[in-house]
Structures are given as C-alpha cells and as structure tokens.
Ligand binder design. Sequence first.
Ligand code: RRO
Length: 318
Amino acid sequence: MAIPKIDPPITNASGPLSVTEEELHALGRSGAGAVVTKSMTHCPRAGNPEPRLAARIDHDVGSINSMGLNNLGYERYAELVPELKRHGKPVIASVSYAPCEHELPLEEQYLVIAKALEEAGADMLEINLSTPNLTGIPIATDPENVRKVMEPLRREIKIPLSVKMPPYNNSLPLFEEVASLLVELEVDAVVTMNSEPNVLDIDLQTRTKRLRPRGGYGGLGGPAVLPIALGEVHRFYRYFRERGCEIPVWGCGGITTLEDAIKHFLAGASVVQVGTALLWEGPSVFERLWTGVERWLAEHGFSSVEEIVGAVQEARGA
Ligand code: RRO
C-alpha cells in the first residue's frame, strides 16, 4: 500500500510534545510534513512517576526518558484525528500496548486501537514494537511476538503500516531474523530507531539517579545516538535493497542540525523524524531543519531529497 506523501520529509518523532490536543495542533501548524501522535494505548495512562525525563543531560549529549506511555488513550486520539487532518498533512497514529485494566492480550490491544484509528481517518499507523520503558525488553526483540502482533494487523488494516524498531546494535542474527520477517509481512515502512534503552545518568551534585522509575534506567535520544541511528538506518536500507525489496526506511535518532538530517538521508532514510531537538527547541525546529536541508541540496547540485537517499559511498583507501 502506497504511503502518504510526507512533504517536507521531516516529522516529529512520536513522544516528545505529541501527547496532548494542544501539542498535536501545534505540530499541525508547524513546518513538519506530518503529525505523529504519542504512542497510544487501550486505556489512558498517566505514565511513570516523576522525575521521568532528563531533557538535557550533561554536555548536551541528549535526553533520557522513562515516560511510561503517558497518553490520552486511543478513544480520545480517534476523536482528535478529524480535527488534526484539517491542518492538511498526514496524521500518523502511533500504536502501542501496555498492561491495562481490560487485560486484553497484546495482539488484541494493537488490533482494537488500529481499527479505531483507521476508522477515524488516520492516514497511516506507526506500530510501536520498541518501547523501552515497560519491561526493558521491546517486542521487536522477540520475532514470535512481532509475528503475533503484525499478522492480524496486516490482514485487517487497509491503511499503510509502519513499524517502529529498537536499535539492534550488535545483535545481528536477531536483526536479520526480524528484518526478514518484516519483508514477509510486507510492512509499508520501517522507522528506526526508538531510544537507546537501559541507559543511566547521575546528578553529581546530589549523587542521585536522574530518573526515578525502573531503577533509574531510561531511553536515550539526541546527539549521542546519531551514529547508532545511522547504523540502524543503513543496515535496514541495505538489507531490503539487497533483496530487491523497496520498503522505505524512515530515520529517527540524533537529528539536531541540517547536516544530521542529510546524513540520515544518505544512509538510506527517505523521511526523518525529530524527537529530542523538538523537545529542546519546540515546533519551529522543523522549519529550521528543512530550510537548511534545501539550502544544502541546492549548494551541492541536487534538486530533491530523493536524489541522495541511500547515496552514501564506501570509504576509499588512501
Ligand atoms: O513513553 C515512553 O516511555 C516511551 C515510549 Br512509548 C517509546 O516508544 N520510547 C521512549 O523512549 N519512551
């Protein structure tokens, strides 16, 4: 299924400043090419106890969060979709699971939410298989669970389905197993990567952990994860293209400058998402980045982002 045109090819990453009605409308009014909601769950959730966000850790290397899926619940987001669509850009609903009072099995939670958001008019669903802050072990690290969640969605949902993946780092056999499953399931796009899980920061003045939930561990985003995200984007891009498969890869991780976005495109991303920099700068970040990307393209003799997607070359010997 053809995915909607994302123009410009820069959106928010699900999570930062995409939870409330006001935040989502601010994204709608911004220069982002789509509005991506916070990952929604079957029941509304207050999320984890505070402190649960270290927005800017030392040396500005990034942010660490353990938000715990704070969201309004899928029914409220379904109500908001028609209003959000009036901004004239695609609305992408991010879907997750969480323990809930109805005790629905994992795959049923995803399906109920997905059907409701499709019905409400969402243009695309981003299936979050990678939240780091529930158990520390994302669904996407268990191929059987990926199949259990994605097969019913593939069968029953008609709008495009992307999947949000965790970093695989050096778990290469696992990466290959999951990537081949995504080819078999014919997902419409892959978004990589979610935050780098299970990291820790310490406030030296008080000698305390920055975050309270889950023993202080959280997910890292921002400049520190850029090279990790580029590796993940490129690995998926190569895996698909070497098999003659056109699944688009959307890049997420570490973009704060126009150059960071260009690197993502060169590595294989056709759309990029911005999380920590949105948190730091607010929705004006999209206009700043896109203006910069357009200038860079013109200065280097390119007329569109498509011309540089995946165009990185191998390093040559001296
Ligand atoms: O809400 C969160 O704690 C959270 C989620 Br669902 C996610 O996908 N990624 C992240 O860094 N935090």
